[in-house]
Design a protein around this ligand. Structure first.
Ligand code: ADP
Ligand code: ZN
Ligand code: ZN
Length: 739
């Protein structure tokens, strides 16, 4: 690409100038100019000289080049990391849509006056043998909080109070009691707030196996090259984390730093300890419980070169390292990598962008990669590594798919199939535990046939129609509408049903079937109180219940060695959701659910109940066959033109007045229609969002599909300008999603 034009954010303090402007790059600067540099440009009517940040360099002019002004010169007085992050914010602002201020706030934490805060942690006073004896005692007495705390202390070093009250969920009175008994002591420090301070002990590292070493060799071999993105597709336990650590060690040897993104739910004490054992105090962690001040501290320590590795969820991506060498994204497929707050960035794309700007490697890892990442790997954009074998031996669970249509034919109308019931009975008899998943995604009411298993679909969009209260069936992509049919269009059966079972009903039904069973339920109702989620999981881990019933909340993160049965009730619910990603979500969910059974020494079983047993997502998940799933899924996306094959820009509108919103979105649609006239850009909508009203705010949406995301970005710019210039949009909140 020729470096002809530069997109530049001018004067970030000025809200009116809240977008990028394109400038010509003078001949003399074409070699040296890079994204993130600070330049001087002429601006406005009087061509006033202003400072600007280069956020993108391109060979595509957004308007006639002869009308474009030229960059004056480069200015060098900003700290490089700062200006690079500002450039990143500028890119986020352009790509995802937000104001520059919102983007900057996401990327650069607000500096606050912070009084030096005391940092508390606890330290074990007892000797190892004595402590272990004590631990056994607490366990016997079911004093689970104390046991948890002692266990963590036995892991070595000091345990930060944050962990004690947060992840470990141990009350301060319990800590005080143990302090009085001389089991532990509390220590305070006033230095920089460092979440891992005081942890100790370095352990020997493992010797990588061939598959692991191949990844390390490939990445290290290309270290000097401009960014490459690598995707490691490897089952849980295949040793990805060891690979990450080896790569981080390499970066550190080069005098560079590393960012490791891990979904918050997987960011356990054990995980952090593994990194700590390898890299000691040169690591830091970030999580949502850190205050703004603490977050600022962590970033400050990174800026000053006091740490080499930052571990954390999405927001850790913006750690201001001076010489970033590598960004790792574990569990790359997780939904939590997409921000719900404007700018609605995705950590994967944004990490790749940052990697490009700073010459850092980007390594993605997952047992079930997102279709998006896998597609990019398959098409050569990323380099793909597959690790099939687990590093340590363990059993793969045995999976059974139960056809619920047969149950109906056999006269069983219960939500539990005969096979599920029998297996549950066995478990109860043996004192083993089980988990039952109720899939609640797409719960908004899809009509499907219980005889043939098919949902009623939109003839234009290949997604399920949503059933409204008044009996209409509506497509949420194109607005297609039809009356609720009396019989199934596929097989003529009269058993048409919207799935509407909640976790509470499931609990009641299961209790009726097994009156003696001890049941725990986890859903939004039972987890409302603080740490409610954690408490339920701990009770279950302690053996206080036989059956845990829950939604997708329970499929992630935790290991329960005594669970030998994972049951999925109505696997179809997510499959029939009115979203093009439902096949992917179903596959992810079922794979994770299956992974719950048989973590310990006991072999595990999985029972998946479905009305659609031939479905590829379900089949592939049962066979733990990611590639089989992907081949089918990508075919569907190609045929229908959905992401990642085509780009999709989603324009969300929200307003208090329904009429006003309808009008505003209609006008927007007309504006867009004119913009895309004679192009192949597909415009759908405006239609109601899947949830058309939340808190008395009405919501509508317009979808645009096109293969070239650059064009969609340009359309988004124009839409933003249009909204800015029209008074009518002052009461309509408009958001964008770029997929
Ligand atoms: P993943 O991150 O893919 O889930 P981990 O890196 O956590 O996998 O590895 C799973 C387990 O196997 C860990 O206990 C780890 O210490 C161990 N392990 C990984 N690689 C090796 C190896 N090359 N040799 C011995 N043990 C290993
Ligand atoms: Zn049917
Ligand atoms: Zn449709």
């Amino acid at each position: 690409m020729e470096k002809l034009y530069a997109n530049i954010i001018v004067d970030i303090s000025h809200e009116k100038l809240d977008r990028s402007f394109q400038y010509r790059i003078p001949e003399s600067m074409r070699e040296s100019l890079e994204v993130g540099m600070v330049v001087a440009v002429p601006f406005g009517m009087g061509s006033r000289r202003m400072k600007g940040y280069v956020i993108e360099i391109t060979d595509k002019a957004e308007y006639p080049p002869e009308k474009m002004k030229e960059i004056l010169e480069t200015v060098t007085d900003a700290s490089p990391v700062e200006s690079r992050l500002i450039a990143l914010a500028g890119w986020m602002r352009d790509y995802y849509g937000s104001t520059m201020i919102q983007a900057l706030k996401t990327v650069i934490p607000v500096k606050q006056k912070i009084k030096p805060k005391e940092k508390k942690s606890v330290r074990l006073l007892l000797g190892r043998a004595e402590a272990e004896e004590k631990l056994a005692f607490y366990r016997k007495k079911h004093q689970t909080a104390r046991a948890r705390l002692l266990e963590a202390l036995l892991g070595g070093g000091e345990v930060p109070m944050e962990f004690v009250s947060g992840k470990l969920n141990v009350s301060s009175s319990a800590v005080k009691l143990l302090e009085e008994q001389g089991v532990l002591e509390c220590v305070k420090r006033t230095v920089y707030r460092n979440p891992v301070q005081g942890m100790k002990s370095r352990e020997g590292q493992v010797k990588l196996n061939e598959a692991q070493q191949a990844v390390v060799d490939a990445v290290v071999g290309e270290w000097e090259k401009k960014t490459e993105v690598y995707l490691i597709h490897g089952v849980t336990g295949c040793g990805k984390t060891e690979v990450y650590m080896e790569l981080i060690a390499h970066a550190i040897r080069q005098g560079q730093q590393a960012i490791v993104l891990i979904p918050e739910i997987a960011l356990t004490y054990q995980t952090v300890m593994r990194f700590y054992r390898r890299f000691g105090e040169r690591i830091s962690i970030m999580n949502s419980r850190l205050s703004a001040g603490e977050r600022f501290d962590q970033f400050q320590r990174a800026r000053e070169g006091l740490i080499d590795v930052m571990i954390g969820p999405r927001s850790a991506l913006f750690t201001p390292f001076q010489n970033l060498g590598i960004i790792i994204i574990d569990e790359e497929h997780e939904d939590s990598y997409r921000s719900e707050i404007t700018p609605r960035y995705h950590a994967r794309e944004t990490a790749i962008r940052r990697g490009e700007m700073e010459g850092a490697k980007v390594v993605l890892g997952s047992a079930t990669p997102s279709v998006n990442a896998y597609y990019r790997a398959k098409t050569g954009e990323y380099m793909l590594f597959t690790i099939d074998k687990r590093a340590k031996e363990s059993h793969m669970p045995e999976v059974e798919i139960v056809d619920m249509r047969r149950e109906l034919q056999a006269g069983n109308r219960s939500i539990l199939s005969r096979s599920m019931k029998a297996r549950m009975e066995e478990r109860l008899g043996r004192g083993e535990q089980m988990m039952l998943f109720l899939n609640r995604r797409g719960y908004s009411g899809v009509l499907s046939c219980r005889a043939c298993g098919q949902p009623i679909k939109c003839p234009h969009c290949d997604v399920s129609l949503s059933l409204h209260m008044d009996g209409r069936l509506v497509c949420h992509y194109c607005g297609y509408e039809t009356k609720k049919p009396e019989t199934c269009p596929d097989c003529g059966s009269v058993y048409l049903r919207g799935f509407r079972v909640g976790t509470q009903q499931v609990e009641e039904l299961v209790q009726k079937e097994f009156p003696g069973a001890r049941i725990l339920r986890m859903d939004l109702d039972t987890t409302r109180e603080k740490h409610g989620h954690q408490k339920i999981l701990e009770k279950f881990a302690a053996g206080d219940a036989d059956i845990l019933i829950g939604t997708q909340m329970i499929v992630k993160g935790h290991d329960f060695p005594k669970v030998t049965l994972a049951g999925v009730l109505a696997a179809d619910l997510s499959l029939h959701a009115n979203d093009y990603r439902c096949g992917e979500k179903t596959f992810q969910l079922l794979t994770q659910a299956a992974g719950r059974a048989g973590r310990g020494n006991l072999p595990g079983q999985v029972v998946i109940q479905t009305y659609d047993p031939e479905n590829y997502s379900i089949r592939a998940a049962a066979a733990q066959d990611y590639r089989g799933f992907y081949e089918q899924e990508i075919l569907f996306r190609k045929l229908a033109g959905y992401p990642p094959v085509d780009g999709m820009l989603v324009i969300h509108g929200a307003a208090e007045s329904e009429a006003h919103l309808a009008l505003a979105m209609d006008y927007l649609k007309k504006f867009i229609d004119v913009l895309v006239k004679r192009s192949r850009v597909q415009v759908m909508g405006p239609v109601d969002e899947q949830v058309a009203k939340i808190n008395d705010i009405y919501r509508k949406v317009i979808y645009l599909k096109y293969h070239d995301r650059k064009i969609l970005t340009m359309i988004k710019h124009k839409v933003e300008q249009y909204i800015e210039m029209n008074e009518g949009y002052s009461t309509v909140h408009v958001l964008f999603d770029m997929e």
